[in-house]
Design a protein around this ligand. Sequence first.
Ligand code: MN
Length: 546
Amino acid sequence: MLRQFELVDLVKAYDVNADEKLLNRAYVYSLRAHGTQKRDSGDPYFSHPVEVAGILTQFKFDCTTIAAALLHDTVEDTVATLADIEEKFGSEVAHVVDGVTKISKLELQSEDTKQAENFRKLVLAMATDIRVLFVKLADRLHNMRTLHFIKDPERRRKIARETLDIYAPLAGRVGVQKIKETFEDLAFRELNPQAYEMMNSRLDYLRTASGALSTDPIDEIVTNLRDLLIKGDLQARVFGRIKSPYSIWHKMVTRNLTFEQLCDILAFRIIVKTIPECYQVLGIIHSAYWVIPGRFKDYISTPKMNNYQSLHTAVISPKYQRIEIQIRTEEMDLAAEYGLAAHWQYKQDVRAYEGKQYAWVRGLLQIVEQTSNPEEFLEDTKLEMFQDQVFCFTERGEMIILPKGVTVIDFAYAVDSELGDHVIQAKINGKLRPLKTVLQNGDQVELTTSLEQTPQPEWIAFVSTGKARAHIRQFLRKQHKKKALDRGRQKLAESGVIASDEKLKSVLEIFKCHTVEDLCEIVGDDLVSVDEVIKELPKEKILPVP
Ligand code: MN
């Protein structure tokens, strides 16, 4: 366990202005508050908040976050109250502790609704201060590392499942790749121990079998890459690694690939000084190795949602292995390692949610505000979180960010709902394309509208965003209603019976309708026949023939 002065030293190492007193007070307060409480491992409970604080120092978080981490379980698990924390440590620390506490309260309830409610609270809390999320991630990381101490297998599985479903994608979203992978691997080991063992033994085999050839496959390729770069007169740092068991297994299962078909088992990273050098490296690699088609991605010109930047490619190594290569600058590498936390180190204004990197938090928040059904909410937000994004542009160059797989129609609705309703023709990058065309990153879309045009029923099959679907459905429902109404009126008129609105009103109750329109509509839809209506109508008095 980190001792008090060790923790303070860790913080001071990256922040010379660290508020030492605050850290010391939080350490002592938490130590006393947790007293003799024990963890499942038998360790003193206090070791947990200290570990969580320690994890956060790796991301160079400010003193508020570290203090909140030390105190994060005091309100939940000890006699301390939020008011105590606020009085002793100020409102900022208290706010983060409160956010973390609110989430913990709902944790590990069995039903989906509870999980959704929990997630909803997390979104609300992190939208007011993203540090809540980082404390929560560090908290979960330590709990996952010590998961095996929990005796109840059912409880272990629940924690692992929640980690995989919610916390791993969130860690990915804020760009802390290492935490994401650790979550996935630890959860994978708990949820599917056989597959986990299988993956590990295959990866071991990969290491040792080539060990028999006297060189490590990774070292060999690293040397190869270094030689190529030296010849190209480029200074670069080159690393290699074997990807995590979960990520490999997940790809095998979801893409239905064999272990041998995967390009992602051996991954290499080349770090250079400037962006032009990144492309130079790419050129050198592509001309030296066989390129695997369809695997090149330029996240430098179009960064991922979490601001991740890098060039990705996959090639066949001289030893016929498929390998993945990432090329980026030092700065991009720092951002990739620390994610939003790296951003944090430069910019201290937590409540600045204007930046692009927080767009997704705002997106989640909007869903929270719009959805009352918790299950629907979980479904919607999961979609938002898991789908990768495409960046497209309007005619005027305005960037529109949409989930991957969207079509021109989705795009039109995203820009403006009127535009969606009346779009008749689209040019993508200057060429005429059908409205159902799936958009690619960087596409510039020019739309032509016509007032004659209205949403078509077949569009439903071409859209994937909620906004487009809702608008099209709403229009079609209205249109259907109107057609049925007209048809109903016509049928009644054709029957030869004088069915005035006055007369129809007198039979509304029989057909459980509120208005004459409702009645005409069900007649139009053939839910009720004209004869049935006529039978109920008050009979005309037949005037005696004089
Ligand atoms: Mn905790």
